[in-house]
Design a protein around this ligand. Structure first.
Ligand code: NAD
Length: 477
């Protein structure tokens, strides 16, 4: 029997994947348990007066592991938020940070709310009150616990949180480092909004640098022309699909949203679909594509790369057998249940796991946190010095050419590109690219050198758990 269990919950899925990895490691049972369990979850219920009545909201902040501090993890606004989900997401954050060497423990937060039901000023009131409840318990703090955006939240909410913390801590010079994903004018960093989608692109580029890995998915060649289906055209899915189609020549043949799916064999214009969504609140009615009211069915379309970028559990025992994608990159957290993971592995579908695939967000959050603590934008000190040095080299080459009568001329395009010093966005992208390449290589080394490691997910867990264990051991645990 292929699947020896019924569909597990998200948290059980994370535990199953954790257990599979630790069964291949040499950890003491005590340390194994210490790493697995969630350290603490704080539940808060608070009231906000809105529209003439008091409304009570329930929120969570869960701290999975404090082997490194601050702990880090997004705050999600969704009606499906619950303790189990927040704890599973916090555990994933621990492993994700370890895998990409971001020096944080794992945490996650959530507020049980449908943000679409509230006006902006109401959301601000709710967010500030939630932030107050967390900050007064150090569950938002630059050196203890640093949230970030997640589903249903973005720059706007992070700016309110940062301001709320600063009001409560007016003498804390590092107050801005209490949260990441802020807008630029409130201490944010260039490239944070696009970071998770950009990370998905860099992850795929690295995957495509390894023909042996592609062969496991039955894929050959480069990203150019590869067919892509994306679920969720929000922050992560939109940026991933946009970059892959506009910069790597991928063909985005399917886009699945909350109100159905668009399909076009020749490829969709991602930017145009997004503009349509912004205007109409959904994708229905978009011209130049076939609309399917049963969006989830398009998850089963044949494609080279499937990008679930909406929510957890969308590929499960109910549809796993019918998935025809050759590879799946988990841009969302936990989109494949443990049961489906097993089915897909037996079918030969290659899965690039969430812990790695969507780590671009926390990586650039790490850069933002460092920027806030150092109180200076990346590149501010070096940029013009770099330009002066490259200018010296170009001048010298041109002088030599003139002196010796060699007739060399550097093309204007080359000169312009070479003489430009790196700005913050270029430095952020460079740091992100390096992180995604290095983390992929650490996973694939375990995957390829150990016969008992069946896939990249198990390899990712082994690398991450090994690093967390080393950190606990160094503390004398
Ligand atoms: P988002 O709220 O910006 O976007 C989610 C999108 O999914 C929305 O467009 C929504 O309409 C769509 N959606 C909702 N229900 C759907 C359904 N049933 N079918 C198809 N689409 C549906 O959220 P996001 O920030 O892009 O996050 C998406 C996923 O990525 C989540 O799992 C999140 O935890 C994960 N993630 C986000 C970040 C980040 O930096 N934002 C970082 C790491 C991981």
């Amino acid at each position: 029997m292929l699947i020896p269990f019924n569909e597990p919950t998200f948290r059980e899925s994370v535990d199953i994947m954790f257990n599979r990895a630790v069964s291949l490691m040499d950890l003491s049972p005590g340390l194994e348990e210490k790493i697995r369990v969630c350290n603490a979850t704080y539940t808060v219920r608070f009231g906000v007066r809105l529209r003439g009545a008091i409304h009570t909201f329930t929120g969570y902040r869960s701290v999975h592991s404090e082997h490194m501090e601050p702990v880090k993890g997004g705050i999600r606004y969704s009606l499906s938020v619950n303790q189990d989900e927040v704890e599973a997401l916090a555990a994933l954050m621990t492993y994700k940070c370890a895998l990409v060497e971001a020096p944080f423990g794992g945490s996650k937060g959530g507020l049980c709310i449908d943000p679409r039901q509230y006006e902006e000023h109401e959301l601000e009131q709710i967010t500030r009150r939630f932030a107050y409840e967390l900050a007064k318990r150090d569950l938002i703090h630059p050196s203890q616990n640093v949230p970030a955006p997640d589903m249903g939240t973005g720059e706007r909410e992070m700016a309110w949180i940062a301001d709320q913390y600063a009001r409560m801590n007016p003498t804390d010079i590092n107050a801005r480092a209490c949260v990441t994903g802020k807008p630029l004018n409130a201490g944010g960093i260039h490239g944070r909004v696009e970071a998770t989608g950009r990370g998905v692109q860099y992850a795929l580029r690295e995957f495509f640098r390894h023909p042996e890995d592609l062969a496991r998915a039955g894929i050959v060649g480069s990203l150019e022309g590869k067919s892509v289906v994306v679920q969720g055209l929000g922050n992560v899915g939109y940026h991933a699909a946009k970059f892959l189609s506009e910069e790597d020549g991928c063909r985005v043949i399917g886009i699945i949203e909350h109100d159905g799916a668009l399909y076009s064999d020749t490829g969709l214009d991602v930017e145009a679909v997004r503009q349509w969504m912004n205007k109409h609140g959904g994708i229905a009615g978009f011209p130049d594509a076939t609309h399917h009211s049963d969006g989830a069915a398009v998850l089963e379309a044949e494609c080279d790369i499937l990008i679930p970028a909406a929510m957890e559990g969308v590929i499960n025992l109910g549809n796993a057998e019918r998935i025809k994608a050759r590879s799946i990159i988990e841009a969302a957290n936990g989109p494949i249940t443990a049961g489906a993971d097993e089915v897909l592995r037996h079918k030969g579908v290659l899965i690039i796991p969430d812990m790695y695939a969507n780590a671009g967000g926390v990586t650039v959050s790490y850069f933002e946190w460092v920027k806030n603590l150092s109180h200076i934008r990346f590149g501010r000190m070096q940029r013009r010095a770099e330009e002066a040095r490259t200018q010296m080299l170009v001048d010298e080459l041109e002088r030599l050419s003139a002196d010796k009568g060699l007739g060399w001329t550097l093309s204007p395009g080359f000169k312009q590109a070479y003489l430009r010093g790196s700005d913050e966005l270029e430095l952020v992208r460079s740091g992100l690219d390096d992180t995604m390449r290095t983390a992929y290589q650490s996973m694939r080394e375990v995957w390829h050198t150990r016969a008992d490691v069946p896939d990249l997910r198990t390899a990712a867990y082994i690398v991450a758990i090994g690093r967390v264990a080393a950190s606990y051991r160094a503390k004398g645990l």
